[in-house]
Design a protein around this ligand. Structure first.
Ligand SMILES: [Zn+2]
Length: 306
């Protein structure tokens, strides 16, 4: 099967076997233009290259993971960070490209990148012993997806469990999404860096510098991370309480800082996850480097071949 992971700077394409082994992989740049089909051209070439190198023929299964918003049933994507694609019919375009290269029309599935991360970790990573879990990505944003009873919980349009944009402060400032007091406004890496700078921290410009400072005992860094993780903890507890799920897997660049992120997060979760059925809420570090790509493969695995 084929897996495609669409990000704001690059697109990964891989041939993956049924046991999760990546046999062939390539990467193409995400172009910055305004022409949708011109932005698709490198992906089209990458697909032909992988299909040829892996010697794939016949009806293939293809999983696509993409930054949101997306519409899974409609087969289109409008990634915030890829301006050329607005309601772009990615499923039809990929189906056409794969048909031309492999000789038969494929079956194509589409999921949001947070959903693919959850699928990947559930299949081969930190959640492989679990039937139900929420996967989360903490980096420049907060993405998430849920696997319930071994199946992706997509929602009506494929955008379920958008944890970063649930409100944890109904009286908070306006978010880029138009809501107020969203988790992402406090917990995403750049938000914590900005909060630290506002308090006089001058130790750097990114979350890596901030978490490094916290590790050496910098009081401002520790305080703003504690605030950010309190917001994320409230969002996690709300999600656990709504979905009746007790296992969370946290990945993404900021989470790689380890204990300086996980310790305050777990401390605050205990304050919010108070219902008896979520009292054992557990947050595990993600294990996979390419959970999004493997999750797209997991999605392909669930599709019926035509
Ligand atoms: Zn928001």
């Amino acid at each position: 099967m084929l897996a495609i992971d669409i990000g704001g700077t690059k697109i990964a394409i891989a041939a993956v076997t049924a046991d999760g082994t990546i046999s062939h992989q390539t990467q193409v740049p995400t172009l910055r233009g305004t022409d949708g089909d011109a932005t698709f051209a490198p992906l089209c070439e990458g697909l032909a290259k992988i299909i040829s190198e892996a010697g794939l023929t016949g009806p293939l299964r293809v999983g696509i993971g993409s930054a949101g918003p997306i519409d899974s049933p409609g087969g289109w994507i409008s990634p915030v960070n890829i301006g050329a694609w607005r309601e772009y019919p990615i499923v039809a375009k990929v189906a056409e490209a794969v048909r031309d290269a492999a000789g038969s029309p494929p079956t194509v599935g589409l999921a949001q990148d947070g959903h693919c991360m959850a699928l990947g970790e559930h299949w081969l990573g930190a959640g492989k012993d679990l039937h139900s879990m929420v996967g989360m990505v903490l980096s420049t944003g907060v993405g998430a997806g849920a696997v319930i009873n071994d199946r992706l919980f997509g929602g009506l349009t494929g955008n379920a469990v958008l944890l970063g944009h649930i409100s944890v402060n109904a009286w908070g400032d306006e978010c880029v999404c138009g809501g107020h007091g969203c988790v992402e406004m406090y917990a995403r890496g750049p938000a914590m860096v900005e909060a630290a700078k506002a308090k006089g921290w001058t130790g750097g410009d990114d979350a890596e510098a901030l978490t490094a400072a916290a590790r050496t005992g910098d009081e401002i860094a520790i305080a703003v991370i504690d605030d950010g993780m309190r917001a994320l903890a409230a969002g996690i507890a709300a999600t656990a309480t709504l979905l009746d799920v007790t296992h969370f897997v946290l990945g993404g660049g900021v989470s790689k800082a380890g204990a300086v992120i996980f310790d305050p997060l777990r401390k605050h979760i205990a304050e919010f996850a108070t219902m008896s059925y979520v009292a054992d809420l557990e947050v595990r570090p993600a294990e996979l480097e390419n959970a999004g790509l493997l999750g797209a493969a997991a999605l392909a695995l669930t599709l019926e071949a035509q």
